[in-house]
Design a protein around this ligand. Structure first.
Ligand code: ADP
Ligand code: ZN
Ligand code: ZN
Length: 718
């Protein structure tokens, strides 16, 4: 009988660790969570296999401490997906499993999930709560037509009423999954011709792997199309996994799904949940109907998976920027392949990676050309030439007039400025000193309301200095404009307007939902914000969008900057005039002749994508080549570069793989660490994979004491 467990642990080493099973133990199924001694401490790991022999000498072999049988083993689909990631991202399997599991389930302390179902008691079926207790009445009414799941009660903010009703003896919590027939999905709008064509094309592929790219302008009904597909999969008893980029959008979409699929089990997973909720939702996922979540949700066990949707597939937040640097979109595609189910990518502005796959015929392209509301038209896009127009605090007269007109018509405006804080720098007019972050090669951003300077890279903060530390000048000035200053300027120019600002500083899911309500209730005239504005939310009376200060991206050294800017501008423009009111977009720029604007004005994603792709092909850039970035961090730049130089000197000879010269990173210093990078690229994904497989052990063998390093496969940000 096998007596040794091979365990994956969260370490930087790509190997498994052997432990003796307790004498009495039967072999443990793969996926079992166990606690083991590791070095001088203990760790929770995942058993991958039980074997007879270990290469470790008998007297060196330690015994595992405990089987964590209060939680189920990691499901086979997740083990399989983790193996794919280990292989593709060249990352230790144990570290991947640790990242995939909710933190609470990785902790050795006992875990008891709350009972998931609320069912009425006999008394509850005839209970008559006081007419004034409306919440309790609504809850009891809902219970009469079937049990309610804890996550639905949480989502509907009914937990308080649940507690009262249980205390009254009218309902009780139970663990058993009740047998019930879910009522049919509520009817949505009749599909448009484009939606029908797309659905009919995807349906025959429901039971095999295929990738579909739904390219549809904002408001063209992509979400509606997903809902129809999900409904059809539900009827076949299959689960759907829906990934969205932004945690702030989950409550909104979750509510939408709950209304459409009453009685179905819809579970959300994102990092905004408490650890306990996240663990409970993960454990409940195998029984759910729809799993909705941000990138981490791609690693949730779903035994009856029948469809994967990746909404806004172009969004950079699908890519994790530390640890396992995975792209949830790409992992979703791998998962679809493993499970033999279709993967539907949706976007108004697909990534060039996905779009080129579609043009090459490897993904099926489905186009929703028009907005779903027949009256809704795409907005007119105008440019305000900053070279010729006078400005007041960064705003042209044209822009101010347009805002005033919109206000006078009683409609809403949106002002987009991708720079949070008050001003991007604090500056001394007498000696040209600019406040630097002491830990990064970055300037400190002025946050006037908080009376602080803050670093947006390392989080460092300090009070605003009274005088210039360099020359003593007491008259320091803000340099440039951030959203806070913009809010102030607009308030002065349009004192009667009700202005609200949103950005990452203010945006938690609850605040975001409240903002949506305030906008719908017409309590806001002008919404000022950063790129958060480009995501989600349907604001029907938002008829004017003003876009400021995007010129930096037009001539950025980052080759993806124009692709990202175009997507952002299309998305922001898509917020203007969605219903029956025509929208208008004004962009302030000093480069009105840039080709990006020509395509934008024609709403021509495909045209600009083709132009960008031609350029990428000419320059041998992704998606025509694949890239891997070796990053190094050290206390000195010399040490970081020296590590990379050794790494570059010790590469496997692989034809078709180009190894570039080590260079300092574009942001050479963050949080007191100097950063350098080494780019490797190849037109062949296969060749690059073979190369890295051979290279990584050599890097591990270096054992550099001075530098930390990591591999970034398919890097998005340099
Ligand atoms: P997208 O996800 O592409 O932005 P949505 O699916 O959210 O688009 O649809 C945008 C708006 O159009 C929503 O208000 C939605 O209810 C409506 N809509 C979608 N499909 C249809 C349809 N077939 N008929 C009428 N309205 C529709
Ligand atoms: Zn000075
Ligand atoms: Zn900093």
């Amino acid at each position: 009988m096998p007596s040794i467990a091979r365990v994956a642990l969260d370490t930087p080493l790509s190997r498994l660790f052997d432990y003796r099973l307790p004498d009495s133990s039967r072999p443990l199924p793969a996926g079992t969570l166990v606690e083991v001694p590791f070095g001088r401490s203990r760790q929770v790991g995942v058993v991958l296999d039980c074997v007879d022999d270990s290469p470790v000498a008998d007297d060196k072999l330690k015994a595992l401490l405990r089987v964590l049988d209060d939680r189920p083993p990691v499901a086979p689909d997740i083990l399989k997906l983790a193996r794919f990631c280990a292989d593709y991202y060249h990352h230790p399997l144990g570290a991947i499993l640790a990242a995939a599991l909710p933190p609470r389930l990785r902790a050795a302390t006992p875990f008891q999930a709350d009972t998931p179902w609320l069912v009425p008691t006999a008394a509850g079926l005839h209970a008559e709560p006081s007419p004034r207790a409306r919440g309790q009445r609504a809850l009891l009414d809902a219970l009469k037509s079937g049990p309610l799941a804890r996550e639905a009660l949480r989502a509907n903010q009914q937990m308080r009423h649940a507690a009262t009703v249980v205390a009254a003896g009218w309902a009780t919590w139970t663990r058993a999954v009740p047998a019930q027939d879910a009522p049919p999905a509520t009817a949505g709008p009749r599909l448009t011709a484009d939606q029908v064509v797309a659905l009919d094309a995807i349906r025959p592929a429901f039971d095999r792997f295929s990738v579909h790219l739904v390219h549809g302008v904002t408001g063209s009904g992509k979400t509606e199309l997903y809902l129809h597909m999900i409904a059809e999969r539900l009827l076949a008893g299959r689960q759907s996994l829906v990934l969205i980029p932004e945690i702030a959008l989950t409550p909104q979409l979750e509510g939408h799904f709950r209304t459409r699929f009453p009685g179905r089990r819809i579970i959300a997973l994102h990092s905004g949940l408490s650890e306990k909720e996240r663990a409970e939702n993960w454990l409940a996922a195998p029984d759910c109907d729809v799993l909705l979540g941000t990138r981490l949700a791609v690693f949730t066990p779903l035994p009856r998976l029948g469809l994967i949707v990746v909404d806004e597939e172009h969004d950079g937040s699908y890519k994790q920027q530390d640890g396992l640097r995975y792209s949830a979109r790409d992992v979703a595609i791998a998962r679809g392949k493993q499970a033999g189910v279709p993967v539907v990518l949706g976007s108004a502005t697909p990534s060039l990676e996905s779009y080129s796959q579609a043009l090459a015929g490897r993904y099926q392209l489905h186009t929703l050309a028009a907005r779903a509301h027949p009256e809704a038209r795409l907005p007119d896009i105008e440019l305000a030439d900053l070279r010729h127009l006078p400005q007041d605090n960064g705003l042209t007269r044209l822009a101010v007039h347009a805002l005033a007109d919109t206000l006078a018509r009683g409609e809403q405006s949106l002002v987009f400025l991708n720079r949070r804080g008050y001003a991007p720098a604090l500056y001394c007019p007498s000696c040209a000193w600019v406040a630097p972050c002491p830990h990064c090669s970055a300037r400190l951003v002025l946050h006037r309301r908080a009376h602080r300077l803050r670093c947006h890279h390392c989080g460092f903060g300090m009070p605003i200095p009274q005088t210039c530390p360099s020359c003593g000048n007491p008259d320091l000035k803000p340099l440039g404009h951030g959203t806070q200053k913009l809010e102030e300027t607009l308030g002065a120019l349009l004192p009667q307007a009700r202005i609200r600002r949103i950005d990452r500083d203010t945006m938690l899911p609850r605040a975001w939902a409240a903002l949506g309500e305030a906008v719908h209730a017409r309590e806001v005239d002008i919404l000022v914000g950063t790129q958060m504005l480009a995501k989600g939310h349907d604001f029907p009376d938002m008829t004017f969008a003003l876009i400021l200060d995007t010129d930096g991206a037009l001539y950025s050294p980052d080759f993806r900057a124009t692709e990202r800017l175009f997507a952002q501008l299309m998305q922001v423009a898509g917020r203007a005039g969605r219903a029956d009111k025509p929208g208008r977009v004004l962009i302030q720029t000093a480069f009105p002749d840039h080709p990006l604007f020509r395509y934008l004005q024609r709403h021509d994603y495909a045209g600009y994508a083709r132009e960008l792709l031609a350029e990428r092909r000419r320059l041998d850039l992704p998606p025509f080549t694949r890239q891997v970035l070796l990053r190094a961090e050290a206390t000195t730049m010399d040490a970081a570069l020296a590590f990379l130089q050794r790494a570059a000197a010790n590469v496997p000879a692989t034809p078709g793989v180009a190894v570039f010269t080590p260079t300092p990173a574009p942001m050479p210093r963050i949080a007191n660490l100097e950063r350098a990078q080494l780019l490797v690229q190849s037109p062949s994904r296969q060749a690059l994979q073979t190369f890295v497989r051979d290279w990584r052990p050599r890097l591990e063998a270096h054992k550099p004491r001075v530098a930390r390093w990591s591999l970034d496969i398919d890097p998005l940000v340099f």
